[in-house]
Design a protein around this ligand. Structure first.
Ligand code: PGA
Length: 273
């Protein structure tokens, strides 16, 4: 079964949060490094997945690649379960008259084990609201997929001191109340850091992840304690080790640097052991 067991591997002790609050004294799951190919990838690019397959054997983290939907089935054959495959979006309905759309069940059928929902590019270009994102997360679970639910503030919101409030609001609206650490991961992706080469400071990433953890626990209760919170936005080989070592960073969602196996493998190698 392709992707079975991914991102639910062995637990590791939570780092950095001990002593802050009893709520956080749990176990954090193995880190997850997920690649989001966006609207990139033709048949020839399956070679990158072959190269990745050759290199992930020793990974200390779970690995997921979300190629375009057109490549998932062939990627499934190519990678033979060496790492998990996912979709970049799904429709909320199972099937029907929704021309051009792909359902979570179709992704599952093609070999996916996860799907990204609520990416800021979908929120921005396709007008996805928190309610739509929540319905897509539920569709993912219905199909037996894990959901990676994306949140993140714009630059203007950060400069206006609204980043915490915006992210908390997106969590409340986009993460259904029955989300658990087993069926969901959160990706914190500041919109201004995506594809720009700019990243928040390490202190800002750590502070936001702590804020997200607290907001999730408030929203979901103890089910949120082990939920992975990924950082996304200009993660690359040169900054991955620092970011992945931060308290409560449960992994990374990687765009541009996931397109080349060499770069993506360097990020995977930077995972906390
Ligand atoms: P980036 O994209 O790594 O190219 O900044 C991240 C994302 O959008 O998921």
């Amino acid at each position: 079964m392709i992707g079975a067991g991914h991102w639910c591997g062995k637990p590791r002790p939570i780092k950095g949060l001990a002593g802050i609050s009893g709520l956080f004294r749990g176990l954090l799951m193995r880190q997850l490094v997920a690649g989001n190919w966006k609207m990139n990838g033709l048949s020839a690019d399956l070679a990158e997945l072959e190269a990745l397959k050759g290199g992930v054997g020793e990974a200390a983290c779970d690995v997921l690649v979300c190629p375009p939907a057109t490549l998932i089935a062939r990627a499934t054959w190519a990678v033979k379960g060496a790492f998990a495959l996912g979709g970049q979006d799904c429709h909320a309905e199972i099937s029907g008259a929704f021309t051009g759309e792909v359902s979570a069940e179709m992704l599952k059928d093609a070999g996916a084990s996860a799907v990204i929902v609520g990416h800021s590019e979908r929120r921005q270009y396709s007008g996805e609201t928190d309610a739509i994102v929540a319905s897509k997360a539920k569709a993912a679970w219905r199909a037996g997929l894990k959901a990676i639910i994306c949140i993140g503030e714009t630059e203007a919101q950060r400069q206006g001191g609204e980043a915490n409030m915006v992210c908390q609001g997106q969590l409340a609206g986009s993460v259904p109340a029955d989300a658990t650490a087993d069926n969901t991961a959160i990706a914190y992706e500041p919109v201004w850091a995506i594809g720009t080469g700019r990243t928040p400071t390490s202190d800002d990433i750590a502070a936001m992840h702590l804020h997200i953890r607290r907001s999730l626990v408030e929203h979901l209760g103890p089910a949120a304690m082990g939920m992975l919170i990924l950082y996304g936005g200009s993660v690359k080989p040169s900054n991955a080790a620092e970011i992945l070592a931060l308290p409560d960073v449960g992994g990374a969602l990687v765009g541009g640097a996931s397109l080349k196996a060499k770069d993506f493998l360097a990020i995977i190698a930077a995972c906390a052991k």
